[in-house]
Each structure stands twice: as structure tokens, then as C-alpha cells.
Ligand binder design. Structure first.
Ligand code: SF4
Length: 448
């Protein structure tokens, strides 16, 4: 979509209204929020930083974690006072809960004026316009037939930003609501991504993270696959760094590893590869498409080509029927691979998903206990891993200044946030830095 076309098609309100968006969930949602702000700004709305200043308030919701609908209702409730003071305020809900709950949201919480789905973001200015003309608006249908043509919209991209390459997912992991809230998987044409990246680098962007629910299954209609995409962005653009997320182990292949190796240091030495469970029977129940052994083979393949690679992962504990011994295989997987970061959660049932109907749901106290033990096991290995960086010299791409703490900050290829003393002229530069302090969350460094 062309930005000017969008602007021309949208009926702009006569006066500028403030718009505030409250964002939950994953990076995809953060990116969607940026797109919503950009579209609404082109339609003559002004982004504001507090709901008190807004006439349009949007909750960009997430349904991956616990009690998502409850979170939406409770946040909507906090806007009641504002709406009573100013009846012109319009309150909307987008994101995965919008796609999932549709008009039920308005029935249960009449303060909500409009609901839209993850596939309706480009119609947002028009939806908001209709919310002013008519009483309630619900627009959540998927654009199944439409190709995935979206121009990256970021108002202030900075040094590092995100570029969507796929949307939706066809994998239907039995615990996951995403295929129902984001629809079938679609890939953007390669030429559109290349064009986006070139425009971003002209605006000063040095690093992009390619985003998708399963980036490894990216396939452009011209035949470019994910490994080709990475290589061509590395060779044909002015990017200094390329990252991507999220990978699926079943689609992670040798070709991608070879491309990463060939294109170091542009392609970062960091891979987020969710394994979810360490036991093959549980993985099969999850419909993940790989066994424990196959996952470990992929890790061995990666480490052979990129010995310094840093790995992170997603884990679910307490999946239905998971036994104590099977859970212990999750801990042993974390230890065997040496993940520097883990994102671990208790299993909780999601609407529409198969696992929500499985027998053998695990008691909450057992899940709590397993999660605590998993974090404790990871803590024991994460600290020594972090400390092993002290004294090393790493290239840091300087991203900005933390005005509160007065420190400059940037990131290493390994996705480590490094804080240091320096000045703003370094923003956008790649600088060598000696790591002087390290814990799993943050590093301290000094310029060399
Ligand atoms: S791969 Fe599985 S966990 Fe990831 S978005 Fe698709 S269904 Fe959900």
C-alpha cells in the first residue's frame, strides 16, 4: 500500500483528535501499533502519550497469555471516567482479542465503540470514522484472498527497526490461538521487502529484524525463500545488521545456516528457536513437527557452523498430561543447549485450540512449581554464561541514549544490551566495546 493512497482514500476528520493506543503482547503487536498510529496520523489524528489527552483510545490486545479478555475489560473500565466526562471519546479494541471475540466484546462491555481484527488494520481510519457516524462498528473478517501487500510504517524508525515479512500461521500447534486470530500464513513479495528496507536505510536505519510468526517458511511468489531473502538483503542493501524472529525448528534448515555463516557479521549471531517442551511425546501432542532428538540435531548443525551463536527459546510447562519425568526433560534440554535467555510460561487453555479440550490438564500448583524450578535451573546457568563475556571486545551498534540514567546504549550481534558512557554523536555507529560487567539482562561496557 502506498502511504499517499491511504491518505487520499481516508475521510479525514476536520479537527485533529488525539489518539492513544495501549499495546499488549508480542513484537508483531508493537509493530501493528506503529502502523495504526501512522495510518491515523495520515488521517489527521495526533498520537498522544496518555488516554487523558485522547479522543480515540485503542487497546491493541493479545490473546496468547492468561486472561486476555479479562485484561481488555478491566482496561476499558479504567476509561469510563474519561468517557463520562467527554462522550465524544471513542474506545476501540483491536489485535488478537478483537479477532477472537468480535461483537461479544461490545455486548459485554458497551463502553467499547468499535472492534477490529488483526487483518483490518489498514481500514482503521475508516472504522474510526464510522464509529463517529454510527453507534457501534465491528470489522474482524480476514482478508483471505487479498495478497499481503503492506508498506512498513514507522514514524521514527531510529537505528534498528522491524519489517514484517509474513503474517498468520498454518502450523496449528495445539496450544496456540494464533492461526485463529491472525489467519492463514502469507508472505510479502520479496521486491516489496527490498523496497522497504532501502527506504528505511535512507532514513538512517542500520539494523532490521524480519518479523513473522514462522519466518522460516517465508516464500515469495518469485521463488525467493527465507535463506535467499536474508542473503539478498545482506548483499543488496546498506543494512549493517539483520535479525529475524520467530523461527520454527521444523523449518530451520542447513541452507539458512550456510547463508548466516556466509554473511557474518551482517547476519547476527543470535537465534531465537522455540522448543516448547523437551519430551518427544509432549512435542507430538503439541503438533510441533519435530522430536527432542531432531531439535538437538538442528542445534548441533547451527553450533557447528556458528560456534559463538547465542540461543534463546520459548518453553511451555504443564502442558496437558506432561509427567514429572517429561518435565525434567525440558530442564535437561535447557542445560544441554545452554540457552542464554528463556521465555517460559505455564500452559493455559486458549479458545478454539485442541489442547484446551485435552484430558489430563495439569493442576495450577504443579505448573507453578515446574515453572519456578525451570527458572531456577536456568538462573544457575545464565549467570556464568553472562559473566563469560566480561573482558571480551564486541561490536556494539549504538541505538540511543537512556535519558533517565544518562547512559548511551546499543546492542551486540548476540542481542546483548550494552550501556556505556559516551555522547549522542555515536548513535548509528558500530563501535568496538570492552564488556566490563555483565548479568543475564544487561551488560556494561567501555569504548575502546
Ligand atoms: S508455529 Fe505454532 S506456536 Fe507459532 S504461531 Fe504458529 S501455531 Fe502458534
Amino acid at each position: 500500500m502506498n502511504l499517499n493512497e491511504t491518505s487520499a482514500q481516508t475521510a479525514a476528520p476536520v479537527t485533529q483528535k488525539g489518539v492513544y493506543i495501549s499495546t499488549y503482547g508480542c513484537q508483531m503487536n508493537v509493530n501493528d501499533t506503529e502502523r495504526m498510529y501512522s495510518l491515523l496520523e495520515m488521517a489527521n489524528f495526533t498520537p498522544v502519550t496518555s488516554p487523558d489527552q485522547a479522543e480515540v483510545i485503542i487497546i491493541n490486545s493479545c490473546s496468547v497469555r492468561e486472561k486476555p479478555v479479562h485484561k481488555v475489560y478491566s482496561e476499558v473500565g479504567t476509561f469510563r471516567r474519561l468517557k463520562e466526562k467527554n462522550p465524544n471519546i471513542r474506545i476501540g479494541v483491536g489485535g488478537c482479542v478483537g479477532s477472537q471475540e468480535k461483537d461479544k466484546l461490545i455486548k459485554d462491555a458497551p463502553l467499547i465503540d468499535f472492534v477490529f481484527g488483526t487483518d483490518n488494520i489498514d481500514q482503521l481510519p475508516e472504522i474510526v470514522g464510522r464509529a463517529y457516524d454510527q453507534s457501534k462498528v465491528v470489522q474482524t473478517q480476514f482478508q483471505h484472498r487479498a495478497p499481503y501487500h503492506v508498506e512498513t510504517m514507522v514514524r521514527n524508525p531510529g537505528v534498528a527497526t522491524f519489517v514484517n515479512i509474513t503474517k498468520g500461521c498454518d502450523n496449528f500447534c495445539t496450544f496456540c490461538v494464533v492461526p485463529y486470530t491472525r489467519g492463514r500464513e502469507k508472505s510479502r513479495p520479496f521486491s516489496h521487502i527490498l523496497d522497504d528496507v532501502n527506504k528505511l536505510t535512507q532514513r538512517g536505519v542500520r539494523e532490521v529484524t524480519l518479523l513473522g510468526q514462522n519466518v522460516n517458511s517465508y516464500k515469495s511468489d518469485c521463488g525467493v525463500d527465507f535463506a535467499d531473502l536474508i542473503e539478498r538483503l545482506a548483499v543488496e542493501t546498506d543494512l549493517q545488521r539483520i535479525r529475524y524472529t520467530t523461527s520454527h525448528p521444523k523449518d530451520f534448515n542447513q541452507k539458512l545456516v550456510d547463508v548466516m555463516y556466509r554473511n557474518q557479521p551482517k547476519v547476527c549471531e543470535y537465534i531465537h528457536l522455540p522448543f516448547q517442551a523437551g519430551n518427544s511425546r509432549v512435542l507430538e501432542m503439541m503438533n510441533r513437527g519435530y522430536t527432542r532428538e531432531q531439535y538437538l540435531e538442528k542445534i548441533a548443525m547451527i553450533k557447528k557452523a556458528i560456534p559463538n551463536v547465542v540461543l534463546s527459546t520459548d518453553i511451555i510447562v504443564g502442558f496437558p498430561t506432561e509427567t514429572e519425568d517429561e518435565f525434567k526433560e525440558t530442564i535437561s534440554m535447557v542445560e544441554a543447549v545452554g540457552f542464554e535467555t528463556i521465555y517460559a510460561f505455564k500452559y493455559s487453555p486458549r479458545p478454539f485450540t485442541k489442547a484446551a479440550r485435552f484430558e489430563g490438564q495439569i493442576a495450577e500448583d504443579v505448573k507453578d512449581d515446574r515453572l519456578a524450578r525451570l527458572f531456577a535451573a536456568h538462573d544457575a546457568l545464565a549467570m556464568p554464561l553472562a559473566e563469560s563475556y566480561v573482558g571480551r571486545v564486541l561490536d556494539v551498534l549504538v541505538e540511543g541514549k537512556d535519558e533517565k540514567r544518562g547512559n548511551m546504549h546499543g546492542r551486540t550481534s548476540q542481542n546483548k544490551n550494552v550501556y556505556f558512557t559516551g555522547d549522542k554523536s555515536l548513535i548509528g555507529q558500530m563501535v568496538p566495546m570492552r564488556i566490563t560487567k555483565a548479568n543475564p539482562a544487561v551488560f556494561r561496557g567501555e569504548l575502546i
